[in-house]
Design a protein around this ligand. Structure first.
Ligand code: IDP
Ligand code: MG
Length: 160
């Protein structure tokens, strides 16, 4: 299906980005969208969703043995998140750089976490850590029909 095939074109790499409940409460949805838009990346899906715990436990299943896992699931289910799929060249790696380090106090100013966060358990946003992870997370959070395939009219001003 196009859902998987498109990821093989490097300019159509996709990542899963989510504004976490603290980011939503603090009015940072627009700020985070703005940064990805301004960079030249393309949003292909976005929705406000109060995620069920099952979804969050699955999303973070690799961290199930960490001491902070239950608190993480509580935090992530404390309110709605704004879930998105962004597309563009190296968007997985660049998305992580734009978010900053996991611990906001270790994040450079200029990154989202470095500009808006302090505590690791209130770090504003999520971004997939690898292309394979992105594939899994996108499929977990979105149905194929929720993703829009379209082109920017100005794409030749973003890509050479
Ligand atoms: P990432 O979000 O930067 O990929 P991960 O190690 O995958 O970081 O951890 C997932 C999330 O779990 C973090 O974004 C953060 O919200 C939370 N977390 C990670 N480490 C800690 C911790 O030591 N205490 C509390 N929460 C943590
Ligand atoms: Mg992670």
């Amino acid at each position: 299906s196009t859902f998987y095939k498109k990821m093989t074109d490097p300019k159509q790499e996709r990542t899963f980005i989510a504004v976490k409940p603290d980011g939503v409460q603090r009015g940072l949805i627009g700020e985070i969208i703005k940064r990805f838009e301004a960079r030249g990346y393309k949003m292909v899906a976005g929705k406000l969703i109060w995620a069920p715990k099952d979804l969050l436990k699955n999303h973070y299943k690799d961290l199930a043995d960490k001491p902070f896992y239950n608190g993480l699931v509580e935090y992530m289910s404390s309110g709605p998140v704004f879930a998105m799929v962004w597309e563009g060249k190296e968007v997985v790696k660049m998305g992580r750089q734009m978010l900053g380090a996991t611990n906001p106090l270790a994040s450079m100013p200029g990154t989202i976490r470095g500009d808006f966060g302090i505590d690791v358990g209130r770090n504003i946003c999520h971004g997939s850590d690898a292309v394979e992870t992105a594939r899994r997370e996108i499929a977990l959070w979105f149905k194929e029909e929720e993703l829009s395939d379209y082109e920017f009219a100005n794409k030749s001003w973003i890509y050479e």
